[in-house]
Design a protein around this ligand. Structure first.
Ligand SMILES: NC(=O)c1ccc[n+]([C@@H]2O[C@H](COP(=O)([O-])OP(=O)(O)OC[C@H]3O[C@@H](n4cnc5c(N)ncnc54)[C@H](OP(=O)(O)O)[C@@H]3O)[C@@H](O)[C@H]2O)c1
Length: 283
């Protein structure tokens, strides 16, 4: 049955993909920073009262390890207190809450894929505040899905995330870029995540916390090198270390995700091929 979905952050990388996937079956009402300030919870309540959603999807976050170290109070408000607030409002109204979290809730000790059975132990404020959000959603609203996703690629309006920044440099004609070969994740296509979320909602899968990631793992260097080959860009991608790029916060170096509860998404290289096709169609 079609549902009314309030999608917070519909213009973000994941929000765009969710909007595309869910709009065919549901009424999706998208809101972004032009419509409300996620740090102002009165405005959040107004949105909920206005839309009467059956489902609230929250993709809003203060992203980035450095950004969170620089703005700790904002990080706590957006990444921890906002999901808590949404969970309480969802509980009161018997609404389902879909919330997104991150591989950055884990440390690097496992040196293998993290599953839902592993205990989070974040290394930095971004991870701590996102984990706080997860815990408060779990304790405040039974009708929740928390989807942890790793490094995402996919169409995005802004070029402020890693993959888009690299592609923008190459687009601008840079002939050589240096990319860390010692940061390993499981690169994941935003469209594959959105399709999986659609299936969860359609099948009314059991509520809980799930990992959604394309299968396999890759360093940032492997990912960008693959994109350069598939997009036939005339440039060299040199291997570097994350230590060559100083940052305010401690970086995660090894956090690929895998699920022991949900179907695996296809291998990341297959997903990258589709992503490149969609980028070529744009040209
Ligand atoms: N991208 C990744 O690699 C990655 C990896 C792991 C986990 N995640 C998680 O996945 C989720 C979605 O990430 P994403 O990459 O889609 O994020 P994104 O591209 O940065 O999009 C964020 C969305 O939230 C909106 N937003 C941001 N701040 C807001 C504010 N103060 N008030 C109202 N709206 C605001 C933005 O609106 P505007 O367009 O108006 O700015 C945008 O629509 C987050 O929970 C993130 O922690 C992402």
């Amino acid at each position: 049955m079609p549902k009314t979905i309030l999608l917070l952050g519909h213009t973000g990388k994941l929000g765009r993909a969710l909007c595309n996937s869910l709009s065919s079956d549901h009424l999706v009402i998208g809101k972004n920073s032009r419509d409300f300030d996620a740090a102002n919870f009165d405005q959040v309540t107004e949105l909920i009262d206005e839309c009467h959603p059956d489902i609230i999807i929250n993709t809003v976050a203060l992203m980035g390890i450095d950004q969170c170290e620089l703005e700790p109070e904002k990080a706590q408000r957006i990444n921890t207190l906002l999901p808590h607030y949404l969970a309480k409002r969802a509980f009161e109204r018997n609404v389902t809450l879909v919330h997104f979290s991150t591989d950055a809730v884990f440390n690097d000790e496992k040196q293998d894929c993290y599953t839902e059975n592993d205990s989070p132990s974040p290394l930095h404020l971004y991870g701590v505040t996102k984990y706080g959000g997860e815990c408060l959603v779990r304790s405040s609203c039974e009708r929740h899905y928390i989807f942890r996703v790793p490094l995402l690629f996919g169409k995005a309006e802004k070029q402020n995330q890693f993959v888009e920044k690299m592609l923008a440099l190459l687009d601008a004609g840079q002939k050589e870029i240096r990319v860390s070969n010692d940061l390993v994740s499981s690169p994941t296509y935003s469209c594959d995540v959105a399709e999986q979320v659609k299936q969860f909602l359609l099948n009314e899968a059991p509520f809980g916390t799930y990992h959604l990631a394309n299968e396999g793992k890759a360093s940032l260097h492997e990912l960008i090198a693959e994109l350069v080959v598939l997009l036939k860009i005339d440039a060299t991608v040199e291997k570097a270390s994350f230590l060559d790029f100083p940052s305010a916060g401690i970086k995660n170096t090894y956090t690929p995700l895998k699920s022991v509860k949900a179907n695996a998404l296809r291998p990341w290289r297959e997903a990258v091929q589709d992503y490149c096709c969609s980028l070529r169609r744009r040209d």
